[in-house]
Design a protein around this ligand. Sequence first.
Ligand code: GLU
Length: 340
Amino acid sequence: MKLVKKILRWFPFTILFTVLFSLNSAYGTESLNLFRIGTGGKTGVYYPIGNLIAQGISNRSIVITKNKNETAQPYFSIAQNSGGSIDNVKGILNNEIEAGLVQADVAFWAFQGKNIFNNDSRGNDLRAIASLYPEKFQLVVRRDAKIQNMLDLKGKRISVDEFGSGTLSVVRIVLDAYGLKENDFQPVYLKPVYTHDKIENGQLHGFAMMAGAPMEAVNKLLNIGITIVPIETRTASKITKNYPYLVPGKIDSGIYPGIPETSTIQVNALLAVSKKMDEDLIYKITEALWSDNTITLLKNGHPQGKAIGPSTALKGLSIPLHPGAKRYYLQHPERFTGLK
Ligand code: GLU
């Protein structure tokens, strides 16, 4: 049984390495050109959306050659699990991944070297390829926990995501806006995927997540009876004063069956890279992102993917565009308006 579990755990990697190995043999001995995209946990939205974008990029077979006689392999893109936005920024700056999905507020702090990135000037290298979709603060709790507003959290057991997630930094901002401290309740630091069983069996009252909607982690709990705790617009507006990229928003009714419209705060999800990435490569990655093929993949692959398109690309960017992305947008003013 143990052996079977082990094999199953490694199965996806085995497939990936077989694919990479075959690509490598098909294209000779040069090293493979990887475009890794840092995402988040398995039941969030970054991961499925990152996977669809990676598929769109790989389908495009991007080749970058700097001189005529050179032969090069096409880029192969994959989405990687991660702790979330903060981990993705660190991964980009440490050259561990080529790109990452990052909350606009986290990208802004990294770029400024402030707040969670206090005294770390490396984030100044962070650049955007595009803005993708709004992420909503979702504090999801068991209905029988009787948590109707943030102040009811006192004494409850709630998972607030891992260190390295953008979610945890937003949780802290929201708590502060309500005059609450992390030890006013019993925080647990887990990715949503590890909270499911604990919420189901009552060990945890709920979990928080800053993510697109709908996300799998919420859908999987609908049958036990859950509610989403609102952030009133008044408090959300108060947060915006100090954190300009966190703005009032709502989770529309019907996004999750049985959950009514809920006010909350939201932030845009960006696709970010380092300014050190090759300009031609990022031009072609941007072109691949907005190709009909990728847009169709996104539309058919995840409900949140339907909201991603050229009209979102330049909305709510908190860091400068990468020059390769900017060149692409400037060459297509009919689809991407408002850029100078
Ligand atoms: N925004 C979240 C974070 O940075 C991740 C959201 C997701 O996985 O969809 O932690």
